[in-house]
Each structure stands twice: as structure tokens, then as C-alpha cells.
Ligand binder design. Structure first.
Ligand SMILES: Cc1cc2nc3c(=O)[nH]c(=O)nc-3n(C[C@H](O)[C@H](O)[C@H](O)COP(=O)(O)OP(=O)(O)OC[C@H]3O[C@@H](n4cnc5c(N)ncnc54)[C@H](O)[C@@H]3O)c2cc1C
Length: 381
């Protein structure tokens, strides 16, 4: 050992790692975070950055209520200079099939029972909230006008910066290459810049958590999946919310700077963490979105990119302790994790410091896969 010590080491400088670092450092815990590239270089900075309360399982709805209360005040709370671009311009899940509409109604019923004011819209009502949408063939939609957008980069940097000011060490371009165990307990972290003696490790390494967990003999059931997005040139701000179509996997929104972000979850997408983009994506996403938003015809595409989803068998996260003493995980967010950074950063800090989590997340436990106790999140794309 080189004499460098911390109570807790966090692996991964995405939005989750940075939020956990801020929460721990705010509690006076000596914290170090290792990111092998730059903060937000993984899924966080590649995300569509939609934020919402419209989920289909109780725990995600409860967590999302907290997240959505935090976003409007987070920039002040974290004392960050740049704009987090919080933009509550609404979130619309459209349905072309009875099956999807039935699921949306079930989701809304659950949301309403938990105090979330989402509602089901008829095609006529859809045109009121999204006048540029061609509603032909649409049966209905679920809608919440307070859901919306946040900037994924500034959100991550804001947490990282605030964590530093609270005394956390945030080490970028520092890869964790192994973990040190003594008598079955976590004792140290090996990195590309030397070793650290630590009391606990939080793995927030997205799909790469599989490799990290293997070092301590754990098998984390995550399948990486490539997901692509494109961004257009900016156009005049129009009345249009984030729109998702579960029937064909497409989604799109206008960002506060006027650009449109278009995504499509291709079921045939590569199951890996490569950052390659494809011509096929450009064609397929344009076809799907233009059919519903003809006003975007002729708007030029500026660039496209790829990011990894970390998919679990029930598309729910894995959060909490593990059978290895001192080894905690927060990963497996299956494509909807950016928005959970406020609540889950706090919860991970509570779990690691031996407190009772302010929202029960025991259903996210690592052991549920072995126990066969899966619970599926229906509201994800
Ligand atoms: C195309 C796309 C669209 C999305 N849209 C949304 C959306 O609209 N809303 C939403 O909420 N979520 C969305 N998501 C999901 C969201 O981006 C992720 O769930 C979230 O960002 C996960 O954050 P994280 O901090 O857990 O992981 P990441 O941001 O992936 O961070 C993990 C970090 O760990 C680092 N790392 C890995 N191994 C090591 C190591 N050995 N040593 C050091 N560092 C290491 C990586 O470099 C990486 O930076 C989307 C994702 C994609 C790809």
C-alpha cells in the first residue's frame, strides 16, 4: 500500500457514482471516486436525459417522486455555476395497440394511487399537448405535464464538483484494475495510479460492473446493449413534449436549445458496450419519427452516438449490499437510470453508512435473481 486511504471507494464517474460521492462526502465520509475516463463518459453523458414520474412499479414511482422534487432545486443545492437545463415540458407515452394502451392505463392507475397526477389522453387531447404530432392510428397516450428533461453532463459534473467541495477525491483517467480482500472482506483498491486502502467499495460502473464484481467472485446478471441517438440542428422552439412509442421503440424530444433528439430501441441491437453507430439506425429512427412528426422533414442531422444500457433480467436495478462484506453495488438501470441519481445516491450513502434507506429498495437486492423473485418494470424502452 502507498499510504493513501479512504473509508469508501466508488468505481465509476457516471451520474450515480458522482451522486453517491456527494451524499457520502456530505456525511463526512472520507470518499474517493475512480473514473477511468472523464466524468459522464459512460451511459450518463450518452443518455436521452428524460426525467419522469411515469413508471409501472411502486418502487420506481416512489423514487421518481423524490427525484422530480429534487431536479428543480438541485442546481442551487449543489451550488453549481452552469445550467442543469431542467425543463418540465411534459412526457407523452403514445399507444397504437390495445395491449400498450392497457399497460399505460395500468401504469397511470398505479401512479395515481401513489399521488402522481398523470392521466390518459384521447387522440384529440394528445393534439392539444403535442400539436405537431400526427395522431392517425393512435389509440391514446399517458401524459404528465411536469416530466421533462435535464442536461446529463452538467447534472453529473454538478454532483462531482459538489462532492469535491465536500472533500471527496474525484480521480479521473484512473482505472480500477482489481480489488484487495483480506479474510473475505474488502480492504483495498488497485488502480492504474497505485493502490488505496479502503473500508468499502461501491461499484457504480454501469455495464462494466460485471467485470468488477467478478474480481470478488460475484456474478452480476447484466447484459450490455448498444443504444443509439441522433441530434438535429436547432430549430425554433415548438410546443412538443418528450414522446415515446412502445409499439415501435422510437422516442424523441426537443431540447431547450432547439435541437431534436431522436432515439430508437432496436431489438436486434448489438449486445456489447461498443460505441460504434450505424447507418441502419439513422434510416430506421428517421423513418419512424418522421411518420409521426412530419414537421421534422428536412431538418438536418448534426451527429449520432451510441451508449450502453446495462440490462438485467427484469429491467430493474441492482442496489445495495452483496454477500461480500464491504462490497456494494448500484448498477443494472436498464436504460432509465440517469433520473434516479438524486434518490439512489442518497440511498446508497445511507446503506453504506449503516442507516435505514429513506425509501425501501430491498426489492432491488442482488440476491433476487438467485431467489427467482424478479419484478418487471413495464415502463421502459
Ligand atoms: C441512448 C441512451 C438513452 C438513455 N436515455 C435515458 C433517459 O432518457 N432517462 C434516463 O433516466 N436514463 C436514460 N438512459 C440510461 C442512463 O444513461 C443510465 O442508466 C445512467 O446514466 C447510468 O449511470 P451510471 O452512473 O450507473 O453509469 P455510467 O454513466 O455508465 O457510468 C459508469 C462509469 O464507470 C466507469 N468505469 C467502468 N469500469 C471502470 C473501472 N474499472 N475503473 C474506473 N472506472 C470505470 C465508466 O467509464 C463509466 O464512466 C439512457 C442510456 C442510453 C445509452
Amino acid at each position: 500500500m502507498t499510504g493513501r486511504t479512504a473509508d469508501v471507494a466508488i468505481i465509476g464517474g457516471g451520474v450515480h457514482g458522482c451522486s453517491i460521492a456527494w451524499h457520502l462526502a456530505s456525511e463526512g465520509v472520507k470518499t474517493v471516486l475512480f473514473e477511468r475516463d472523464y466524468l459522464s463518459s459512460g451511459a450518463s453523458g450518452r443518455s436521452a436525459a428524460g426525467i419522469r414520474r411515469q413508471f409501472g412499479t411502486t418502487v420506481n414511482c416512489r423514487l421518481s417522486i423524490y427525484n422530480m422534487e429534487k431536479f428543480p432545486v438541485l442546481q442551487d443545492e449543489l451550488g453549481y455555476g452552469a445550467d442543469l437545463e431542467y425543463d418540465p415540458s411534459g412526457y407523452l407515452w403514445i399507444a397504437y395497440s390495445e395491449t400498450q394502451l392497457r399497460q399505460l392505463k395500468k401504469n397511470v392507475q398505479l401512479q395515481n394511487s401513489l399521488g402522481i397526477d398523470s392521466r390518459i389522453l384521447t387522440p384529440e387531447e394528445i393534439r392539444e399537448v403535442a400539436p405537431h404530432l400526427d395522431t392517425e392510428g393512435m389509440l391514446g397516450a399517458s401524459w404528465n405535464e411536469k416530466d421533462g428533461h435535464i442536461n446529463p453532463h452538467t447534472l453529473t459534473f454538478a454532483y462531482g464538483d459538489a462532492a469535491r467541495r465536500k472533500g471527496a477525491e474525484i480521480l479521473t483517467e484512473t482505472e480500477v484494475t482489481g480489488l484487495k480482500m483480506v479474510n473475505g472482506k474488502i480492504r483495498g483498491v488497485k488502480t492504474s495510479r497505485g493502490e488505496w486502502e479502503v473500508g468499502a467499495v461501491v461499484c457504480a460502473a454501469g455495464p462494466w460492473s460485471v467485470d468488477v464484481a467478478r474480481w470478488v467472485g460475484l456474478d452480476v446478471p447484466i447484459t450490455p446493449e448498444r443504444h443509439q441517438l441522433l441530434v438535429t440542428e436547432p430549430v425554433e422552439r415548438m410546443k412538443h413534449p418528450m414522446t415515446l412509442c412502445l409499439d415501435d421503440g422510437s422516442y424523441w424530444k426537443q431540447c431547450p436549445n432547439g435541437t431534436f433528439l431522436l432515439g430508437w430501441g432496436n431489438p436486434e441491437e448489438k449486445k456489447d458496450t461498443s460505441y460504434e453507430s450505424s447507418w441502419q439506425f439513422l434510416e430506421e429512427v428517421s423513418k419512424r419519427v418522421l411518420a409521426k412528426m412530419p414537421i421534422l422533414q428536412g431538418v438536418r442531422v448534426v451527429r449520432q452516438w451510441t451508449g450502453p444500457y446495462d440490462i438485467t433480467p427484469d429491467q430493474q436495478a441492482i442496489v445495495g449490499g452483496t454477500p461480500v462484506e464491504g462490497f456494494y453495488i448500484d448498477c443494472g438501470w436498464s436504460g432509465h437510470g440517469l433520473q434516479f441519481a438524486p434518490s439512489v445516491g442518497r440511498i446508497m450513502s445511507e446503506i453504506v453508512t449503516g442507516k435505514h434507506p429513506f425509501i425501501d429498495v430491498s426489492m432491488f437486492r442482488y440476491s433476487r435473481f438467485e431467489e427467482g423473485d424478479l419484478f418487471f418494470e413495464p415502463a421502459c424502452i
